[in-house]
Design a protein around this ligand. Sequence first.
Ligand code: SF4
Length: 379
Amino acid sequence: MPSTQIKTIEFERPQMAQGSSCTAHAWARVPATPSPQEKSELKARIKRLLVEKQAVLVAHYYVDADLQDLAEETGGCVSDSLEMARFGRDHPAQTLVVAGVKFMGETSKILSPHKRVLMPDLDATCSLDLGCPADEFSAFCDAHPDRTVVVYANTSAAVKARADWMVTSSIGLDIVAHLHAQGKKILWAPDKHLGGYIQKKTGADMLLWQGSCLVHDEFKGIELELLRKQHPGAKVLVHPESPQDVVDQADVVGSTSQLIAAAQMLDAEEFIVATDNGILHKMRMAAPGKRFIDAPTAGNSATCKSCAHCPWMAMNGLQNLADVLESGSNEIHVEAETSRKAVICIDRMLDFAAERKANTRPSSDLAQEQALFSGIGPA
Ligand code: SF4
């Protein structure tokens, strides 16, 4: 079997007290790609084990294409983090295998506390989660008791337990606009780019934690401008975790699900995509015949942050997936009191989304659909 590779990763670590950032270090254990024969053996083994163990595979759009295909072929789902958790909660299987990063496994466990949640590698994390430790975040909240605490899904269970609301990129703008209309001041964490984008769109009073995603933070506005000149007919699809000079050039700003829908619906042959390139697999399936181009990052040096693929998402492979299914190891646990508190802010968002969905009239008008993609889209 192929061996794994340990990659060291630099990421920006906010130091809120000083108002500056520093560089922190983490690592990822990335499995080598199996040979074609190993792949087909592993896929067959996983399919057999999913049935034997009465488990369902729930995968994120950013994981390896083979895992995404397996999830769909076996009755699981491929989606964004919120839909992954909702799907796992509503599925009858008592074992959920989450191919993604740790906060996704935790959110699944919080929404399905009586189910067993397994992950291929428990060390798969996220720079937003790492950059927002619960104790420092809690002190930040204590220092601003007049603010409503809104956190992004990409946080630990302990940070969610300290929040009033959890949001995803598809519904964050709508929820902050709702709170702003009620005269609330917001404390936002952890992604500074998504927070800044929402602040600009809503005019809300938002105090921002200074975290960032090490993948999206690398997209470069100047390079994107040059690429757009080479592809004048291309539409630009951007995830709002990207820097503002990249977001400013977007035809569509949206969550992963919204960007896939845009690729399918917009009348263009070419798309420049500023999000993790794992999503291109799903975009190509959703819009066959169209051409997708990675938005430019800092360059093509040897470090894992220099291309648009998350090193922690890459820790999910066929081999470790098969192994956890076989052994039942790598189970996610969330302490009961933390879970009890964290579920409140998640349920608040789910209730808000359900209510809004019930009050939204469907429309086939593309202009309205594009307005949806700009942040008022379905959760
Ligand atoms: S792509 Fe960015 S936000 Fe997503 S898990 Fe990786 S580091 Fe976190």
